[in-house]
Design a binder for this molecule. Structure first.
Ligand SMILES: [Zn+2]
Length: 233
């Protein structure tokens, strides 16, 4: 087989390998990226800790209301059980009861506000849990799909690499060195086809001699401008 045909085969294999390896990198990036699932988990943890904080605020408010409530009950008992008889003491006690009633109202209002807040945050927490669960299921499905595609791509790369080894074995070392150098310098394409008398790589019009050389089976032609190997058009 003439060298240019071997080079063209090698080029096709390298192009396919470049594409498949790029796909593999892309799949690996998507496998590493937790994305939406990560965000949903962070949101769930945030609402969880918010809820915990509010729970302790609520317990504190309950204790504070209860303190005043029991104090008030004790004072009310003293007011009505006849143990206080002096009218001055009774007036003081009545004032004390009124003060405690006012204080209790304030503390109960605070407690109610906290309870309302707990309810809101608990609702948001339930929603965050549902979202996190949904995101987890979506992510599991996505990972399964990505891994399936990865297996297919890896198998394709393995097959292409075997063909690539054979193709490389058919090409002389000095030609191969030029080919690899061109691949590095010319964005992966060392072999191009002649298209309507022009280089398929850089589009420059080729002198007739170069074009006919490219068509012959024995010679290897290269573009005078970009130096790529030219396969007969
Ligand atoms: Zn060219």
């Amino acid at each position: 087989m003439p060298t240019i045909a071997d080079l063209a085969v090698l080029q096709e294999l390298d192009t396919s390998l470049d594409e498949q390896r790029a796909t593999l990198r892309h799949l690996d990036m998507r496998l590493a990226d937790q994305g939406a699932y990560y965000e949903a988990r962070v949101a769930l943890q945030t609402s969880e800790s918010h809820l915990r904080d509010l729970d302790s605020v609520q317990r504190e408010a309950e204790t504070r209301a209860e303190e005043v409530r029991s104090k008030l009950q004790a004072e009310e008992r003293r007011l009505y059980d006849g143990s206080v008889v002096s009218s001055r003491e009774l007036t003081t006690l009545q004032q004390e009861v009124a003060n405690l009633q006012k204080q209790l109202r304030t503390r109960e209002e605070t407690l109610l506000a906290v309870m309302t807040q707990v309810e809101d945050v608990a609702g948001a927490h339930v929603a965050a849990r549902a979202r996190s669960q949904e995101a987890r299921e979506q992510r599991q499905a996505e990972v399964a799909q990505l891994e399936e595609r990865r297996t297919v791509v890896e198998r394709a790369i393995g097959e292409l690499e075997a063909k690539h080894r054979d193709a490389v074995g058919r090409i002389a070392a000095d030609v191969l060195a030029v080919y690899e150098d061109l691949r590095r310098r010319r964005r992966g394409r060392a072999v191009v086809h002649i298209e309507r008398g022009a280089c398929g790589g850089c589009r420059v019009n080729l002198p007739g001699g170069v074009a006919s050389q490219a068509r012959s089976a024995t010679a290897v032609a290269r573009c005078p401008s970009c130096e790529r190997f030219l396969a007969g058009g």
